[in-house]
Ligand binder design. Structure first.
Ligand code: ACO
Length: 377
């Protein structure tokens, strides 16, 4: 009997210098540096550049990259027209998938797959994902699109384009930290999808379009939105324990907990929990945090022994809500951060490319012959 690595669990298919994860100890590092240090000391711009080039940038390199991002924020009018023309009420991840695919049609270099072209396109994609997502949000809400500004940070400019209001430095920094925490995470499903597409020597826009599709699912990026649905369904903290217990009794999955790799606390959820708590402590805020605390305790008490703990999606939604972001946009915001990891991973894999082509154990019929349709019952 041939062993099948279901879900490709534990299958090693490449080497990477970008991200290290120790799931049992709850460790995540990029270029060997703990995620907590990136969150505390760095910026999304710096982490993105470090991932793209697989090395820590100098101050000069970072300034140049930052200037490139700012200069590339605007997208062609035809892209905005496509976004304006999308039906109302579509999920923003459907819209993003279409928008990024169309964006490729406006990039004269789109079909180039040299290392230099992949790198240059990555800069544009990182910069323009923010513009696409904000424009989708604005048009879906029936509002005018807000043009990007070049005097704001990547995080600050995104919040500005989304809300039409310049965020406070604290809001921009909080969002920057959320982007840092989501920027890369090893061979997750969407990164693997991007790599699988690039392994056929396809173009960057195809890689990223397929990655957006993979991130969309509720077992991956869609979980943060599902957590907010759950919080709304629970309603008040006093109902949380009974709600979760009933779900677990019914063998239902709780959103925002459990992870294929982490069998302990996801370190990103620890960082986000601190910020979610700060948000909750602000006057007049909802009781989301208290509900989350009770859910966390109930889950850890009941199924922590199976290695089920809060993941990054558990606390992110409450932080985003506080920044005025609607829950349908949580997954696009995940994409806004993960675009760096996707691009960096495609660039890294392309340096030593081999077509990805796994196999399946055949369990179908054998020795059959074609029968005419009229003879089949
Ligand atoms: N709620 C309740 N029980 C769970 C959960 C959960 N969220 N996740 C796993 N379990 C249980 C399983 O039922 C299984 O129990 P059993 O041994 O009694 O059958 C046991 O824990 C092991 O779980 P697996 O399904 O083998 O774990 P797997 O690695 O396949 O699942 C996954 C990982 C898909 C993320 C899962 O935990 C899940 O569905 N979580 C909810 C969705 C979610 O939050 N996704 C975001 C992941 S993080 C990210 O993509 C950014």
């Amino acid at each position: 009997m041939t062993d099948i690595a279901k879900g490709l669990e534990g299958v090693l298919f490449t080497e990477s210098k970008l991200t290290f994860i120790n799931g049992s100890e709850g460790i995540l590092t990029h270029l060997g540096i703990p995620i907590q240090e990136w969150a505390e000391k760095s910026t999304f711009e710096e982490l993105s550049l470090a991932l793209l080039d697989a090395e820590l940038p100098t101050a000069e390199e970072l300034a140049r990259f930052d200037a490139q991002l700012r200069a590339n924020r605007a997208v062609a009018d035809s892209v905005l027209d496509v976004i304006r023309g999308m039906p109302r009420g579509v999920h923003p991840m459907q819209a993003l998938r279409t928008a990024v695919s169309y964006l490729g049609l406006t990039d004269p270099e789109a079909e180039e797959i040299t290392p230099e072209a992949r790198r240059a396109i990555s800069v544009r994609l990182i910069a323009q994902f923010a513009t696409l997502i904000a424009a989708i949000n604005r048009t879906q809400e029936g509002q005018d699109i807000v043009a990007p500004r070049t005097d704001l940070t990547h995080a600050g400019n995104f919040l500005y384009m989304l809300t039409g209001k310049e965020p406070t430095p604290e809001q921009a920094r909080l969002f920057d930290i959320a982007l840092i925490l989501h920027a890369d995470h090893g061979m997750n499903a969407s990164t693997f999808t991007a790599i699988a597409t690039s392994s056929t020597l396809s173009d960057m826009y195809s890689c990223i379009t397929s990655a957006v599709g993979a991130l969309k699912g509720p077992l991956h990026g869609g979980a943060n939105e599902a957590v907010m649905d759950m919080l709304d369904e629970v309603g008040t903290p006093d109902k949380a324990e009974a709600y979760i217990s009933a779900k677990l009794d019914n063998k239902e999955k709780i959103m925002g907990v459990g992870h294929r790799v982490y069998k302990n606390f996801d370190p990103r959820s620890r960082v986000l929990r601190d910020y979610a708590e700060q948000v909750a402590n602000k006057e007049g805020k909802s009781n989301y945090y208290q509900i989350l605390e009770t859910i966390e305790k109930t889950v850890v008490d009941r199924i922590g022994s199976k290695g089920i703990y809060p993941n990054v999606d558990f606390y992110s939604g409450t932080v985003y809500s506080d920044l005025g972001i609607k829950k349908e946009y949580f997954t696009p915001i995940f994409a806004l951060a993960r675009i760096s990891g996707w691009c960096a991973s495609v660039i890294e894999y392309s340096q030593n490319n081999r077509l990805l082509r796994p196999d399946a154990v055949y369990t179908g019929l054998e020795g059959q012959h074609y029968s005419d349709l009229k003879d089949r019952s």
